[in-house]
Design a protein around this ligand. Structure first.
Ligand code: NAP
Length: 252
């Protein structure tokens, strides 16, 4: 059996996921670079080098998830770390449309149910499907960890505060998908608490990536660091938390 710890990062062909994969390779992990497009995953793994390899994984495709789990089982027999990073912010925002204007078209009164379903399919149901498929492999590891990459805009406490600057964009599509992801994180943490498998959610902060048309203010290195910090916590580390750099608690 392979001695080096094995990590899977979903949506690791670009953005924060790619940087998390790079950082985990620096920390001595074998990194499985999850990518729905295998060629883009291979390009990312080539760029990362070391013990990284591409793994075709579309989190909305049950066959793809099952094949990825079977491949990990055959190659390693276990999974030490699962970073659930893949997400989308929308499917139908118009080019040049601001986040604020998109939010106006996706309020509870006028949101397209198809748009909400598409985003939740990736950000919520995709995470749960990957969790279910990978759990036997995580249980086969000595001290497995799961990190769910959430967002501060999913915080209900923050959105309920009139002073919160992002309050106007809280709505059913992306922000509420992250609220639901937070709920899943807690449910997973509770389910696995007795087994010592830690499940935590993190927020990268507003990071310059494709997700926000590169409008973010944080670098990829800054966006990745809390996920990596939480992934590396030892056996005494917490479970069921929601944090941003560096370990600052975000209210649910
Ligand atoms: P990004 O650059 O757009 O990367 C998102 C990744 O997810 C891409 O690799 C994308 O693949 C992948 N993906 C999307 N749908 C997928 C699917 N069905 N199956 C597998 N992979 C899929 O965005 P990012 O900013 O790095 O986002 C990473 C995480 O950080 C997300 O969970 C996001 O919600 C969170 N986050 C980001 C910010 C920010 O400011 N950027 C803030 C808070 C939270 P393709 O390349 O094929 O599209």
């Amino acid at each position: 059996m392979q001695d080096k710890p094995v990590a899977l990062v979903t949506g690791a062909n670009q953005g924060i996921g790619l940087q998390i994969a790079r950082d985990l390779a620096d920390h001595g992990f074998i990194v499985l670079v999850g990518s729905r497009n295998l060629e883009r995953g291979e390009a990312a793994a080539w760029e990362i080098g070391r013990d990284s390899r591409a793994l075709q994984l579309d989190v909305t495709d049950q066959a793809s998830i099952a094949a990825a789990a079977a491949r990990i089982r055959d190659d390693f027999g276990r999974l030490d770390l699962l970073i659930q990073n893949a997400a989308i912010s929308n499917t139908n925002k118009q080019p040049g449309q601001s986040v604020a204007d998109y939010a106006k078209t996706t309020r509870p009164s006028n949101v397209s149910l198809d748009e909400m379903r598409a985003v939740w399919d990736t950000n919520v149901f995709g995470v749960l499907a990957v969790y279910q498929a990978m759990l036997p492999l995580l249980r086969a590891a000595r001290q497995a960890r799961i990190v769910n990459v959430s967002s501060g805009v999913g915080s209900l406490t923050a959105a309920a505060d009139p002073a919160y600057p992002w309050r106007a964009i809280f709505g059913p599509v992306y922000p509420a998908s992250k609220t639901a992801l937070n709920a899943l994180t807690l449910a997973m943490a509770l389910e696995l608490e007795a087994e010592g498998i830690k499940v935590n959610a993190v927020s990268p902060g507003f990071t310059k990536t494709n997700l926000n048309n590169y409008a973010g203010t944080e670098t990829l290195e800054e966006g990745a660091r809390e996920a990596v910090r939480v992934a590396l916590l030892g056996p005494d580390g917490p479970t069921g938390t929601f944090t941003r750099w560096e370990g600052e608690t975000i209210p649910w």
